[in-house]
Design a protein around this ligand. Structure first.
Ligand code: CA
Length: 230
């Protein structure tokens, strides 16, 4: 049974999420504060974390940053309506997805399922991929260790950044649309805002590019999308 950790300080919202997940057969752990959530995440090793942004004490942002530094557990951030900046910050700090309040429980559960499916596919792929090395220009991806190097220097990537890089590096020079990028990240039809792709590209550039302000590897093709130029 999969364990979902719900970090949310509003009891009514928390209860609704727990009920929705339990109905779908998930095991659920709950925390009412960031500190408690972090402790539970460390103790129980959940399969997915649903993390509210606005928490008393340690914020969802801080929890996200701390968790991401320690593990690759999928994180869904819950943000208030209109907090575009929060969404972008959350993705930059390694959240995998976000939902905006008020959201439907069905939508949240489907996001949890999609994230899990994605994790499983990644594991399968890592286990069965005979091509253990992918190289494109200065970039090398080692699928057996999930390590990425640029000009022999190792870079630490989030799961989303890793997937995005593999997509671009598999076909250098090919232009991928934002929609294609998001569908690759999700391994399914993506119905959310495709501009989320820009955020993932931005964070990846920050780790790969010599000068992220003037990217030379991941190039923007105006009005279309992105390509790897090596
Ligand atoms: Ca809250």
């Amino acid at each position: 049974m999969s364990l979902v950790l719900v970090v949310e300080d509003e009891p009514a919202v928390r209860a609704a999420i727990v009920e929705g997940l339990a109905l779908e057969g998930y095991d659920v752990a709950t925390a009412g504060s960031g500190e408690e959530g972090l402790a539970l995440a460390r103790e129980r090793g959940p399969d997915v974390v649903i993390l509210d942004w606005m928490l008393p004490g340690m914020s969802g942002l801080d929890v996200c940053r701390t968790l991401r530094a320690e593990s690759s557990v999928p994180i869904i951030m819950v943000t208030a309506r209109g907090q575009e900046v929060d969404r972008v910050r959350g993705l930059e700090l390694g959240a995998d997805d976000y939902v905006v309040k008020p959201f439907s429980i069905a939508e949240l559960v489907s996001r949890v399922r999609a994230l899990q499916r994605r994790q499983e596919l990644e594991r399968e792929r890592a286990a069965t991929d005979h091509e253990s090395l992918l190289t494109a220009g200065p970039i090398t991806v080692d699928f057996t260790t999930m390590r990425v190097t640029v000009s022999d220097a190792e870079v630490a990537l989030t799961t989303s950044e890793f997937k995005l890089l593999v997509q671009l590096a598999s076909e250098p020079g090919r232009v991928f649309t934002r929609q294609q990028i998001m569908e690759n990240l999700w391994q399914s039809l993506y119905v959310g805002d495709a501009r989320a792709a820009d955020v993932h590209v931005k964070t990846l550039r920050r780790k790969l590019e010599r000068d992220p302000a003037r990217p030379a590897l991941i190039v923007t093709v105006r009005g279309v999308g992105y390509k790897l130029d090596v």
